[in-house]
Design a protein around this ligand. Sequence first.
Ligand code: ATP
Ligand code: MG
Ligand code: MG
Length: 585
Amino acid sequence: EAVKPANFLRNVIERDLEAGTYANRQWGGGPGDAARHAAGVPDAARVRLRFPPEPNGYLHVGHAKSICLNFGLARDYGGVCHLRFDDTNPEKEEQEYVDGIKENVRWLGFDWETSFGNNLFYASDDFDFMYRAAEALVQAGLAYVDEQSADQIRANRGDFTTPGTNSPFRDRTPVQNLERLREMRDGKHADGAMVLRAKIDMASPNINLRDPALYRIRRAHHHNTGDKWCIYPMYTFAHPIEDALERITHSICTLEFEDQRPFYDWLLERLVELGLLAHPLPKQYEFARLNLTYVVTSKRKLRQLVEENHVSGWDDPRMPTLVGMRRRGYTAGALQLLAERTGATKNNTWIDYAWLDIALRDDLEAKAARAMAVLDPIPLKLTNWSDVFGSAATEPCSAPAHPHHPDMGTRQFALSPTVWIERDDFLEVQTKGYQRLFPGNKVRLKYGVIVECTGCEKDADGNVTAVLATVVPDTKSGTPGADLVKVKGTITWVSAHDGVPVTLNLYDRLFAVPQPGSADSLTSELNPDSIKVTQGYVEPSAGSLPAETRVQFERHGYFVTDRVDHRLDKPVFNRVTTLKDSWGK
Ligand code: ATP
Ligand code: MG
Ligand code: MG
């Protein structure tokens, strides 16, 4: 087990475990919770964390960071991580996204169903409690119904230099407010006619404490509660309550929520005073979101890419969505490594995209079978074949499936009078340092024989159409004396006899600028060459793989058979990433 890099969240959790901060939490500690949880049952989970996505889109690499962080901390400290759908915004949420998010979390290697039970929650399941909490705040004089328009509310909020102005509705009595809140609930008022606001401090230096909205009127069908409600809680109100009801210990979110923390604490403390919740309360901690260079992780911008057809869909292999990254061939293991290596910090920085590729290589190096592929094929004709091999049509060759894991077996393939090689493995005239094929030079066909280049064939326009070479006798790999002839270059190849034709999608970064997303036009930042599709050949061991199988094509990098388009009779490979070192100069 690798050493876990220190991060401040681990320190917080360890401190709390040592101090016993959450040792005696019980389900049903407050009366409001009794409906869902049996009272008086101590919580066996040492910590409870949560991943709280809004089911309004596809998860991306930034969410993967949050999932790995929260589920990883829960695993490491004998606790559990909840999957909670923050479904307080009825219009934008769909079952399709709920299902997709569940699949993403499981694919990443985590589960909300553990020995601590099935920890799948919907904020909307607690709308009743939230409404009761709202009434309790109103009755205690801590919330009021504001009939100002949205524009007036905004204008009266003030800004960083100007304190806000009290609403003319702020001094209504609790009885008046309760009556109006119930009218809101009962559908007596139009959408947007009024909102429920907390009554805190319109002069607070923290704008989030200037009487934030708690409930709004919105006649919209909800995927879970149907048409039961025409008022919906604001996220900032629902989220702390959800954390408390689920007995979350450490509520981890990204830095932009830092200014919300005082309201989070204010709300929960008031609800304890009102007898609706009990100590110990969850605490919010903020960490820096993951920003990867050349990647955009705003849902809105990703949607734009899909809707304007810059990509083929949410699962386009160039997309940083988890469905896209999975299709591209990135592994759950690589994303876990990236999350661990980037840790949890308080500084918003950009992480070099190379970190992801390094993590992918580290994850796959020991696991992926090797094979040879030719991405840009040109025939190499072995002109003295019958002198060396007589009448045999082919000569059998083999190679280990993995150089360090004999248990993975061997690959078999044939050498034949014509083989496919990379177009750039031949030069008519040698350039400085070039060690591959040029007239008079000898190279080894990897796992095969040494050949000596004799020239090439050209078409009428002078384009090279085939490379010519002779086999150097008695040089077959693995036979005695094979290495007596010394060569400086080795090239990969695939036999024209048993090579399998395949489509290869060679991807590059989707954006051309390292920190995309800040320009006015997203499309001006796109990389025009983010995909190149080629027709190539692979050796037989890679020619009949099931979909979503990863392989390392020697020299070329890690590839995966496409989850969607790959067929046994029409193989399609996506390049995940190249190999670190450019191989064979
Ligand atoms: P977006 O801004 O892309 O719409 P979001 O933050 O609104 O994403 P949510 O569904 O609310 O999307 O996110 C669920 C969780 O994932 C939140 O706790 C959020 O903090 C976290 N998260 C989102 N983006 C990142 C990121 N880039 N790095 C780390 N965590 C992230
Ligand atoms: Mg959000
Ligand atoms: Mg957001």
